[in-house]
Ligand binder design. Structure first.
Ligand SMILES: O=C(O)C(=O)C[C@]1(C(=O)O)C=C[C@@H](O)C=C1
Length: 378
């Protein structure tokens, strides 16, 4: 008998009693859930008590380094069968719920509802947050700088398209600093009111998404105009109002705006990822302590002369500090001068990192530490 000939298990007919083993197992699951609820409430009361201590000493609620350690410890001791990848999202939600009892967290990101920035905000902070969707990345910076948001979620880099130049430029003149990072797999889908490709006159999406789907669009929708808009979710919102438009956005955006997924995963690179950083104001948040796996982000500039970039990197080499990112942006001085955006591994509390930063500072004409934060533990 082939698998397709095998008799399929018959579901119980309406009115027929389910298998008694199922009832017994569900009874046990209900009992375990009650215990879990008791335990989670016990944990929430402890977090409230921690919140009282912090209020008393005037310190900040959100401690990313502690949250990373909680999750890493649990992954280490997880006996299974729960998959290791399930531990982080479950505990992130539990900690988000506990945190929200200490204080509600207001998080600004590029909106409207359904953007990948919103997904990054939820992946990083969990869902117990106050969502503040903004109309542009500039607005995310403004809202967070003005104190209307506690944190801003900023896209900085995409694995297909490279840096998000606007975000890097905005970091140059902001008092905000970085307290965390998160990376998302970004899958763009063609979304439309009608479930077919023909008749699409324009594809509306963020310029980065249009670029990330360039090959697919040229092949499948060569005659459709590519119209840039402020975000992919904004494109989905517009496509919800006009059947001649298609959007490139997430399945969450499809649900949000009642659209069909006409073609799934049309980004040219199957492994397309976007990295976001979490920005906060130094008056309301402090730099996270060492977590054991940290990154320090800097913006520096050196004189426009032979060997200057080499000299700038020597203190890192001499102190055994790894550089994980090196980007340049024009300084707009008309003199072919550049700002360099550098990420290094480690925390300034580590002596070799402190020595490297001191050496670097001495050769730079501009030096700004953008923040030190635990690396994404996904
Ligand atoms: O340990 C703390 O500082 C807490 O406030 C508790 C807790 C948690 O739920 O475990 C909550 C918020 C912080 O970001 C870190 C951890």
């Amino acid at each position: 008998m082939t698998p397709s000939d095998a008799p399929s298990p018959t579901p119980p007919a309406a009115g027929q009693a389910p298998d008694p083993r199922l009832l017994a197992l569900r009874g046990e699951i209900d009992a375990v859930d009650r215990q879990l609820l008791d335990l989670i409430n016990q944990r929430a009361r402890l977090a409230q008590a921690v919140g009282e201590v912090k209020k008393h000493e005037g310190s900040v609620v959100f401690r990313p380094e502690r949250e990373v350690q909680v999750i890493a410890n649990l992954k280490d001791i997880n006996p299974g069968p729960l998959a290791e990848a399930s531990v982080a999202p479950i505990w992130r939600e539990i900690m988000a719920a506990c945190r929200s009892l200490e204080t509600p967290m207001r998080v600004a990101y590029l909106g409207p509802a359904g953007t990948f920035s919103e997904e990054a905000a939820l992946a990083y902070f969990g869902s117990s947050i106050v969502r503040l969707p903004c109309i542009s990345i500039d607005e995310v910076f403004r809202t967070t700088t003005a104190g209307a948001a506690d944190f801003g979620v900023i896209p900085v880099e995409n694995s297909t398209e490279g840096v998000v130049a606007r975000s890097l430029d905005l970091f140059l003149n902001t008092p905000l600093f970085i307290i965390g990072e998160t990376s998302l797999f970004v899958r763009h889908n063609v979304l439309r009111r009608e479930n077919r490709l023909d008749g699409i006159e324009a594809v509306v999406a963020h310029p980065q998404a249009l670029a990330q789907c360039h090959g697919w669009l040229s092949q499948h929708l060569p005659h459709a105009e590519r119209r840039p808009v402020s975000s992919n979710a904004e494109g989905a919102r517009l496509a919800g109002q006009d059947v001649s438009l298609a959007a490139l956005a997430s399945t969450r955006a499809a649900n949000e705006y009642g659209l069909h997924v006409v073609s799934p995963a049309v980004q040219d690179d199957a492994h397309n990822r976007t990295r976001f950083v979490i920005a906060a104001h130094p008056q309301t948040q402090r730099q996270p302590g060492p977590s054991g796996n940290d990154c320090t982000s800097l913006i520096v500039s050196v004189p426009n002369e032979a060997g200057a970039v080499h000299d700038m990197l020597m203190p890192l080499k001499e102190n055994g500090v790894s550089m994980t990112r090196f980007e340049s942006r024009p300084a707009r001085s008309g003199q072919w001068e550049y700002f360099f955006y550098i990420d290094i591994q480690g925390h300034p509390d580590q002596p070799h990192v402190a020595r490297a930063l001191l050496g670097l500072r001495q050769v730079c004409t501009f030096y700004r530490q953008l923040g030190t934060y635990p690396l994404d533990a996904h």
